[in-house]
Design a protein around this ligand. Structure first.
Ligand SMILES: *[C@@H]1O[C@H](CO)[C@@H](O)[C@H](O)[C@H]1NC(C)=O
Ligand SMILES: *[C@@H]1O[C@H](CO)[C@@H](O)[C@H](O)[C@H]1NC(C)=O
Ligand SMILES: *[C@@H]1O[C@H](CO)[C@@H](O)[C@H](O)[C@H]1NC(C)=O
Ligand SMILES: *[C@@H]1O[C@H](CO)[C@@H](O)[C@H](O)[C@H]1NC(C)=O
Length: 311
């Protein structure tokens, strides 16, 4: 019986430790979108081998990011401003886009984050119905440079359009919205997507289409930036509260188990004592009428059957 107790305690301890492991696995991952940008800048620039201006070159990404697509195009600033790039993958860049700071040549980098979208751009309360697409610009002076700062693009006439005609199925009753992430990863969500499933932007950045999550319809939303901060501190508080409460419950259970174990031991001792008594002073079975009944060796009154009285 003691061994069984020991096993039970062991089982509990293992359950505790597995729960703790789960908690630490749920802590936020550190998938930084800006470090991804830097890595993808490097890999998209590698697509340039004697590049011609105005031609889009598809790059390759490291195997640990397979699924992500990158491409790059080198352009003279003057012609970029005068003509734009009508077809840059899903992007359509009009004339009149101003690049700051001024560079003679620039590289436009395209990213399609595919199934990595929600990892690098998590958006609580929303589901992606399109991949996150990136449009970024860099100085083209040194094509082997790494960790380049982004250039600032700003439209002066028409907006840059993004074609999201290949959306995933939108749940009934949901409406698709455009989302833009700035270089800090802050999201701005539009009222709704434009006709023809396009989004518009006046700047570079990362873009996608989202719908409100059906599972977790959030209550009236505070501004996006605030919401993000609040969410993360909220979840941290909950993790702390959860661990404390969980710990207390587990402690209680452990205590209960220990007490039970001690009880078992006591009962065991009692039973052993009883057993010892039984063997030391075995009760003799005596025939009483037609039934056998236990009798002590020196019995005060001999058991009798009622019929004997009657007789
Ligand atoms: C996340 O990454 C940044 C930079 O890569 C680092 O400074 C920070 O300490 C990391 N945070 C965690 C929680 O690992
Ligand atoms: C992927 O691999 C590249 C090159 O091997 C490395 O520089 C990068 O840090 C890795 N990125 C991630 C997210 O694992
Ligand atoms: C994304 O999909 C590719 C295959 O297209 C796969 O190799 C990769 O592991 C997936 N990555 C994630 C984070 O789901
Ligand atoms: C270009 O950048 C690479 C990597 O940072 C550096 O080694 C090289 O000297 C640079 N070339 C020029 C011409 O600045």
């Amino acid at each position: 019986m003691g061994f069984l107790c020991f096993l039970q305690v062991l089982l509990f301890l293992s359950i505790c430790s597995s729960r703790l492991q789960k908690l630490s696995a749920q802590s936020p991952t550190n998938a930084s979108s800006s470090s991804l940008d830097a890595l993808l800048q490097d890999y998209s620039f590698r697509a340039f081998v004697r590049p011609r201006t105005g031609i889009l070159y598809d790059g390759t990404v490291p195997s640990n990011l397979s699924g992500i697509k990158v491409a790059a195009m080198r352009l003279r600033s003057g012609s970029f401003r005068k003509r734009g790039v009508t077809s840059f993958k899903e992007f359509s860049i009009p004339s009149g886009v101003i690049v700051k700071p001024y560079v003679t040549r620039l590289v436009l980098v395209y990213q399609n984050l595919a199934n990595y979208s929600h990892l690098y751009y998590p958006l609580p309360g929303y589901d992606y119905v399109a991949p996150v697409l990136g449009l970024l610009a860099y100085d083209a002076k040194n094509l082997s440079a790494i960790n380049l700062p982004e250039l600032d693009l700003r439209v002066s006439k028409d907006s840059i359009r993004i074609d999201f005609s290949d959306l995933e199925r939108i749940p009934q009753g949901s409406s698709a919205k455009c989302v833009r992430f700035d270089s800090q990863g802050l999201a701005t969500i539009s009222e709704s997507i434009q006709p023809g499933n396009t989004c518009e932007t006046e700047q570079q950045g990362h873009f996608s289409v989202v719908v409100k999550s059906v599972a977790s319809a959030p209550s009236p939303a505070p501004p996006e930036s605030e919401k993000r901060k609040k969410k993360s501190s909220d979840s941290r508080t909950w993790i702390i509260v959860g661990s404390v409460v969980g710990g207390l419950i587990l402690l209680g259970l452990l205590l209960f188990l220990v007490l039970r174990c001690r009880n078992y031991k006591k009962q065991e001792k009692l039973r052993e004592m009883e057993k010892a008594g039984e063997t030391g002073e075995a009760l003799r079975m005596t025939q009483v009428g037609e039934t056998r009944a236990p009798t002590a060796t020196t019995t005060r009154t001999q058991p009798m059957l009622e019929t004997e009285y009657a007789a």
